[in-house]
Design a protein around this ligand. Structure first.
Ligand SMILES: NC(=O)c1ccc[n+]([C@@H]2O[C@H](COP(=O)([O-])OP(=O)(O)OC[C@H]3O[C@@H](n4cnc5c(N)ncnc54)[C@H](O)[C@@H]3O)[C@@H](O)[C@H]2O)c1
Length: 308
């Protein structure tokens, strides 16, 4: 890979730390920009080629020296986090993305923006293709995240159109793996924590809502393929294997050898019923598709102490 110095915003978070690790492995120098609001310095690889800037991306970003790639991942991603800081999440999606784009423009660098399947809201089209405009409730509680990401996509397109910045948008679907916080509220770390503690696994609603879960190693490969391409996106990255939430809960119980029961609790507001990426575009333009199935991915995550 041709990248010499890469800025990774949100590099101390779940996905960002895996991205930093993969870039270092490929020989790049990496600068992580993070204020640890949902990440941790403990996630960062111990490597002299990794620099750290402790900064809030809602403030303008200035860095000395050449940069040939910006991976913009900084943003609270778990509902527990973004519902706790709604205004800050909107600011991060808006000003944070603006500042990352300005940095890429100044440095003449390619920039890859982490958008999300949440831009599709509660989708009326299934599976979701990149051409689908989405079904987001603009004033629902989740809108602080969804609309911030939609705004970020619009800003990215404007920078490409008006200033010719080499931008790429990826829409990431649910991803899991090592280094997710046990208390971050996302489904897999929650189930694993509950199963290990012998507590009931809490399934919202009837559990028949579906998710498509991608292992982090697959996702990072997709992100780097997007970085290496010159495609503007948006490109869906996710695993099209669709499972119900109830199936995931049962699998976690089985694979952890837990005796936990499954308990149904109140459905979440605006929780999407179905989620599955159409990844034809990623296959065609990036030559990418996931290789790790759910059983294998869960085993890898447990091996690497997913939840400490
Ligand atoms: N993990 C997924 O399933 C998923 C799905 C869709 C999209 N994404 C996107 O991928 C990116 C990374 O997600 P993640 O799962 O690693 O989340 P995460 O919360 O683990 O990591 C986010 C990182 O960004 C940092 N950060 C947040 N706001 C910041 C700010 N204003 N200034 C500086 N640093 C800030 C946090 O401290 C953290 O280290 C996010 O943009 C998210 O929206 C993730």
């Amino acid at each position: 890979m041709g990248f010499e110095r890469v800025v990774v915003t949100g590099g101390a978070g779940f996905l960002g730390s895996h991205v930093c690790e993969a870039l270092l492995k490929r020989g790049a120098r990496v600068v992580c920009v993070d204020d640890f609001r949902t990440g941790s310095p403990a996630n960062l690889p111990d490597d002299p080629r990794l620099g750290l800037v402790v900064e809030d991306v809602t403030k303008p970003l200035d860095l000395l020296g050449d940069v040939d790639l910006v991976m913009h991942l900084a943003c609270p991603a778990s509902p527990v986090d973004y519902l706790r800081m709604p205004v800050d999440t909107l600011k991060t999606g808006g000003f944070g993305t603006l500042h990352a784009l300005e940095l890429a423009r100044r440095k003449d660098a390619r920039i890859v923006i982490a958008s999300t399947s949440e831009v599709y809201g509660d989708p009326l089209e299934h599976p979701q293709r990149e051409t689908y405009w989405g079904n987001v409730n603009p004033i629902g509680p989740r809108s602080v995240y969804d609309e911030a990401k939609r705004f970020g996509e619009a800003m990215t397109c404007a920078f490409r159109g008006e200033y010719g910045v080499d931008t790429g948008i990826v829409r990431i679907f649910n991803t899991y793996g090592a280094r997710m916080r046990p208390d971050d509220g996302r489904m897999i770390p929650t189930f694993v924590r509950q199963a290990r503690a012998g507590e009931p696994l809490t399934v919202h609603g009837d559990g028949r809502q579906t998710r498509s879960l991608c292992h982090v190693d697959d996702l990072v490969r997709g992100l780097l393929s997007m970085a290496e391409s010159d495609h503007p996106g948006p490109v869906n990255l996710g695993n099209p294997e669709e499972v119900t939430v109830l199936e995931v809960a049962r699998k976690v119980v089985e694979l952890t050898g837990s005796t936990s029961a499954i308990e149904h609790v109140e459905a979440m507001t605006d929780d999407p019923r179905r989620r599955r990426p159409d990844i034809s575009l990623a296959r065609r333009v990036l030559g990418w598709q996931p290789e790790i199935g759910l059983d294998e991915g869960l085993r890898r995550s447990f091996d690497r102490e997913l939840v400490g």
